[in-house]
Structures are given as C-alpha cells and as structure tokens.
Design a protein. Structure first.
Length: 384
C-alpha cells in the first residue's frame, strides 16, 4: 500500500475536494464564535468628572459592564480622612457607581504677621485658592506684595510671594526760616509723628521778633509736615486811641503780635463795634478800633418770627401771629365785654318779642273783620 502525505503549505480547503463547501462553512462559524466588540448601547460612557479627583491613566470608552476605573486627587488636593472610595464600576444598567468627592483642598502654611502690621484673612481659610491681604499700622508704608494667593508649588501648595514688610514713614528736614530755627538740626530725616519746634532769634533792634504761624510741626509721613513753617518778623501795631473812650485791659507802651486791648466808653456814650481788638500779623488791629457815639444805645426790639410745626411737616414761619409783647386783656375789660354782649342780646330778644306780638295782634284783627263780613253776606232779607 502506497502512503501519501499532504504537502506543507497546501490550502486548508482544496477546491477539488468534495468537502470544500463544508470547510468554508466551518471557517465562517469559527469567525462567529470569536468575541464581538461591545455595542455602545450595552456599555458605560465616559467616566464622570469630579472637582477634586481625576481619572488615573487615559479614558478608554466604551466600558463593558463590570469594568472598574480608579480616581486620584488633583493637584492641590489630598485624600480626606477617613478615606472615601475612589473606584467606580460600570453597572449592568450602563451607569457608573456614584462616588463622593474623596479629596479636599490642601492648606497653605500660616502667613507671617508683619511687625507693625496685620494679616486679613479674606476667605477665612488657608485652603488652596484662598488669599490674604496685608495692611500696615498708621505711619507705616507697606513694602512688598499686598495680596498673596495660596497656589500650587510643585505637588504642594504655598503662598505666591514672600510676606511684605511695614516700614515707618519718614520726612526730610523741614525748611529753615529767617530770624529763627527749629529744635533739632542734626538729623538727616524724621520718623512719622516726630515733632520739631520753631523759635525766633533775639532781636537785632529795639523791637522783638514775633513767631507768626504754627510753632510745632509734626512729620505726617512721606516727606509731608503738618503745616507750613512759621515766620519770624517784627509785628507791631500802633497805639490804639478811642475818642470818648478808654482802655480797661491790655495796657502797654508797645503792642506786638497777638497783643489784646479791651475798651469802654465814657458816660454818655455807647460803644459801636467790638470792645476787644487784637494786633494781627500785618501790624493792624483786628477787628477795627470801635467808636464811642454820644447818647444811649438803641434798644433792640426785633424778635424772630414764631415757628409753628406739626407732625410730619417741617416748621414754618408764622408771620400772622400777633407779636409776643402785646399785653393780655385784663379781667375788668373781659367783664365789660361780657356785660355789653348780654345787654345786646337782651335788646335783640325784646325787639323780636315785640315784633312777633304785634304781628299776632294784627292777624287777630284781620280774622275778626273777615268773620263779620262773612256773617253779613249770608243773612237773608226779611219777607214783606
């Protein structure tokens, strides 16, 4: 018996074989039993997104039921304590098992309090994304960044900048003045709130120097002083003369800056103007010297108008009211008015009574006349 072997590489189904049709059917059936791709209607969609978590790796939808995905914390977040589930499963109803936010924001370190300043916690927390504001005390300048943010620093969080400093405000020396000086002359600058005092030099002649203006200046910060520097100059007012009057206070032979004089008039005269005057910076009296006028001072009788008001309405001037200085009526006058009123009422009543009585009498006479006439007209003549 002769044996034959099939050649290597021969086709699985030979066209000349009577089994070729069955071979093709077998191959087709084998292909059908291979795993089929999952239909989108029978799978879960994209994994849900969370604020504090992100998907580990790359999403590979669609997901068949039973597939599991894992989440991890986003940058700036950390796992909560106690931990919560971070994996989700594609369920038979094509939905993912729900998850809670399993991560929370990381905290920045406590900000450093500046010397002579303070930190304001705007968000009342130090969590990632919050901010703090720095302020300085009065008289201090903030050097640096005023607002810091809690932001990412690699895998951790930290403040966006170094904390600022609070530096004291300063002033350059105040201006020098003629015929005077200020108390501290050897300093290059002055701190906020520091005070310098000006004074005038001794006089070179018969009249002294007067300091006109503020003698003390305060450093208000950033090269600003509280006021302009004063002046040292001779301020001298003339001797005040009041005709028909005299000085009662402020006697002197010389009247320098801010010298005060009080006047009065002699008997038979009254003062017109202010009785007190002061020597001003321009060597003139302020206000002007008053005058003494002969006679008695006129009495001031003018009174302000009365003001009436009611609830819900503003006060209004009532000019129709009689003046308050009108004397009230006395008791005797009131009695006379009452008597006259009663007498008048009696006269009117008597006149009315007389009128009614006369009218009634006339009516009765007319009625009697009419009755007599009627009786005569109805009487028959006597028969003959």
């Amino acid at each position: 018996m002769t044996a034959s072997c099939a050649r290597r590489g021969a086709p699985l189904c030979r066209p000349e074989s009577h089994f070729s049709s069955w071979c093709s059917v077998g191959i087709l059936l084998g292909a059908l039993v291979l795993p089929l791709p999952v239909s989108p209607s029978d799978a879960c969609g994209d994994p849900p997104r969370y604020q504090s978590m992100k998907l580990k790796g790359v999403a590979q939808p669609p997901y068949s039921p039973g597939a599991t995905i894992e989440y991890e914390c986003r940058l700036g977040y950390k796992l909560k304590r106690p931990p919560l589930p971070t994996s989700a499963i594609c369920q038979a109803n094509n939905t993912w098992t729900p998850l809670q936010e399993a991560c929370t924001r990381k905290l920045c370190p406590h900000p450093v309090e500046p010397v002579n300043g303070a930190v304001q916690h705007v968000n009342e927390t130090l969590e990632f994304g919050s901010q703090v504001h720095y302020v300085c005390n009065e008289g201090y300048n903030l050097i640096g960044t005023k607002i810091l943010y809690c932001e990412l620093d690699g895998e951790n969080v930290n403040w966006s900048d170094n904390p600022p400093l609070c530096e004291v405000m300063r002033c350059r020396p105040p201006p020098k003045i003629q015929n005077g000086k200020y108390s501290i002359t050897d300093q290059e600058d002055f701190r906020y709130g520091e005070v310098v005092t000006y004074s005038c030099d001794p006089a070179n002649g018969p009249d002294e120097y007067s300091l006109v203006g503020e003698s003390k200046l305060v450093c208000s910060g950033n090269d600003v002083w509280s006021s302009k520097p004063p002046e040292c100059k001779v301020v001298k007012c003339k001797y005040p003369v009041l005709e028909n009057g005299r000085i009662v206070s402020g006697f002197g032979s010389k009247f320098y800056y801010k010298a005060m004089v009080v006047f009065e008039c002699v008997p038979g005269f009254y003062l017109s103007g202010n009785n007190t005057i002061v020597c001003g910076a321009n060597s003139t009296w302020e206000p002007a010297i008053p005058k003494c006028i002969k006679g008695s001072k006129p009495a001031i009788t003018t009174k302000p108008p009365r003001v009436s008001s009611s609830p819900g309405h503003p006060g209004t001037t009532d000019e129709s009211q009689p003046p308050e200085d009108v004397a009230p009526l006395g008791g005797g006058i009131i009695a006379v008015i009452v008597i006259v009123t009663l007498v008048g009422a009696g006269i009117v009543a008597a006149g009315l009574f007389k009128f009614l009585h006369t009218r009634k009498k006339r009516k009765a006479e007319v009625s009697a006349t009419y009755s007599t006439y009627q009786s005569k007209s109805t009487t028959r003549p006597e028969e003959n």
